[in-house]
Ligand binder design. Structure first.
Ligand SMILES: [Zn+2]
Length: 265
């Protein structure tokens, strides 16, 4: 009897525990469902359930550190090298050259020479004669030019330093001339061979303004840019940067220094 009496009591206690356990499980399942619902809703609101490729590539996180560049120009491209009074030809710079103008025998960097020759031919087909009067100058040749200039001022009674500074206003300091790169071309025309502003009134200049960029050449020292380039307006001095790059530089309306500032700021 006692045994039988105890059983229902035990069974009742066991049932209460079961109920308690069931309640806990029910509660936990409810919480889990709620969590799943909330996450699902958030996902739906954020992207309509479609996988978000941007979130997965982490592009959103990369944005603040890399501002998008206005032009798709690779500033590491060797043809984009910047050489001026502040930026000498890099140490160890080597260049392979070839004759670009068979008439004057002047040489340019191999790729630039090929493009110059193509440009000269295209101009010729439209009755325009281009003459490459100065192109690649080795640093040694530039040194000779500079020392000759300096010697003239020394002979006139200047000190070594005065003569150096005076010479630097006339001839680029060796290693600081764009002509040392093999990418600079002084272009004139048989009827006008002076390196002076008057060249801008020639049909050759008009043709170059229209077509030089198609062959990868840009006007390097434009009018009104002396305070930026450090060089007077030179309608005859062109710089090879490659046709793709020339297109964007032309589009920007900037000189090479300004383009560098814009792309590397
Ligand atoms: Zn020049």
């Amino acid at each position: 009897m006692r045994y039988e009496e105890k059983r229902p009591v035990r069974r009742r206690r066991f049932t209460r525990r079961q109920i308690l356990r069931n309640r806990i499980i029910f509660g936990a399942v409810c919480l889990l469902l709620a969590a799943v619902l909330i996450l699902g809703l958030r996902h739906l609101l954020a992207g309509g359930g479609e996988p978000d490729p941007l979130a997965q590539t982490g592009q959103e996180e990369a944005q603040p550190t890399s501002t998008p560049k206005p032009y798709p120009v690779d500033m590491e491209d060797w043809r984009m090298i910047l050489v001026n009074a502040q930026n000498p030809v890099p140490e160890g710079y080597t260049v392979e050259t070839q004759v670009a103008d068979s008439y004057t025998g002047k040489e340019l960097q191999t790729e630039a020479a090929g493009q110059y020759a193509a440009m000269k031919e295209a101009a010729q087909a439209e009755g325009i004669e281009l003459l490459l009067c100065s192109a690649y100058r080795s640093v040694e040749y530039q040194t000779g030019l500079f020392e000759a200039e300096q010697a003239e001022w020394l002979a006139q009674g200047m000190t070594e330093e005065e003569a150096y500074n005076k010479a630097a206003t006339v001839v680029a300091i060796p290693g600081y001339s764009e002509h040392n790169t093999g990418l600079a071309a002084d272009i004139v025309t048989p009827e006008y061979q002076d390196l002076s502003e008057g060249f801008e009134d020639t049909p050759a200049f008009a043709w170059l303004s229209q077509h030089a960029a198609e062959y990868g050449f840009i006007l390097r020292y434009p009018e009104g840019m002396q305070n930026v380039t450090g060089i007077i307006y030179e309608p005859w001095h062109y710089r090879y940067v490659g046709a793709e790059n020339a297109k964007y530089i032309l589009e920007s309306g900037l000189c090479l220094e300004q383009f560098w500032d814009l792309m590397t700021e």
